[in-house]
Write a protein of this length. Structure first.
Length: 208
């Protein structure tokens, strides 16, 4: 999360590679096993930070311009676009597997310390530690939206689950909304095509 620019072994921007492309490739490779099990679910973990993101299809890997938080926001926006496009394709193929997304809110984990450590801004570690203890919910509470999305009966495909408290930062899981950018069907289709090209993983889902 919000790390200095680096690249994966494939030469892709690290946050986009880790948070989106890896999920896209793994899901595609597991898809035959998933669809063989009726009513299986694919749950992708996004973030409230998706609202900071926009898809820069001309510079997905931040080679021309890079900002750690914008890159993180783009990767989390990609999670939601992937979920919506995967659900569309599953429905078009009359499959009972569903795609859902979740976000943990503000959970007290070591994720917040990674960016400052890698960038050498260790002076940020102390205030982040205080915020984790005072403002954040526990890691266990942060895990509940993902568990809810994976197991709660009757959730429709495409659902997005997050904490139900103030600004979706804390609380028990409920259905939450997403940004207008995360509802852009054209961007979702464009991201899908780019992701297949970048990963070399092509889903066996026929489209009408």
């Amino acid at each position: 999360m919000a790390i200095p620019r680096s690249e994966s072994a494939d030469g892709y921007e690290m946050q986009f590679a880790t948070n989106h492309l890896g999920h896209f490739a793994l899901t595609g490779l597991l898809l035959p096993a998933l669809v063989a099990r009726p009513r299986s679910r694919v749950v992708t973990v996004s973030s409230g930070a998706h609202r900071l993101g926009r898809m820069d299809f001309d510079d997905l890997h931040g080679r021309r311009r890079y900002h750690p938080w914008r890159a993180y926001g783009q990767s989390k926006l990609a999670n939601l676009l992937f979920t919506s496009e995967l659900q569309r394709r599953l429905e078009a193929n009359d499959l009972s597997t569903t795609a859902l997304a979740a976000h943990p809110g503000y959970a007290a984990t070591n994720l917040q310390s990674v960016g400052p450590r890698l960038s050498g801004r260790t002076w940020l570690l102390r205030p982040m530690d205080v915020a984790n203890r005072v403002l954040a919910q526990s890691a266990d509470m942060g895990a509940l939206p993902t568990l809810f999305a994976a197991t709660y009966p009757g959730l429709p495909g495409g659902s997005y689950i997050g904490p139900g408290g103030f600004l979706e930062q804390r609380g028990y899981p409920r259905l939450v909304d997403r940004s207008a950018a995360a509802k852009d069907a054209n961007a979702a289709r464009r991201l899908w095509i780019a992701s297949e090209e970048l990963t070399g993983v092509h889903y066996p889902l026929e489209m009408p």
